[in-house]
Design a protein around this ligand. Structure first.
Ligand SMILES: [Zn+2]
Length: 120
């Protein structure tokens, strides 16, 4: 059964990408045994405050060929809505430098392009 390490959820056979978060699904065995998902191979490239920001960065990184993973640490016991969540963008160690530069570039574009709504 394909399994999303991000959502902690199993999907039907044949599903390759998590419909919820876009993470590449693994079999449960892979998830447990794969070095790929060994935390030691992953480093934090960026900490986002908003889920849409994390999603956007992940999409951009992956379109640039950098494997990225979103690790959100929402504590459901916390009464405050969202404010204390930290959404980490994880990349492979060897991709870290490239990822950081890439994120930096994206953010510079974001500030000049000004997407819908939020102005600063
Ligand atoms: Zn997922």
């Amino acid at each position: 059964m394909p399994f999303c390490p991000n959502c902690d959820y199993e999907y039907k056979e044949g599903v390759a990408i998590c419909p919820d978060c876009g993470t590449q699904l693994l079999s449960k065995e892979e998830y447990v045994t794969s070095e790929e998902w060994n935390e030691e191979n992953w480093v934090v490239a960026y900490i986002a405050q908003q889920e849409y920001e994390a999603d956007m960065l992940k999409d951009n990184l992956e379109s640039a060929g950098i494997t990225a993973m979103i690790l959100s640490q929402k504590d459901r016991n916390f009464p405050a809505p969202g404010d204390f969540s930290q959404i980490k963008i994880m990349v492979h160690k060897e991709d870290l430098e490239e990822a950081i530069q890439f994120i930096d570039k994206i953010q510079k574009n974001e500030t000049t392009e000004n997407n819908e709504g939020e102005t600063e």
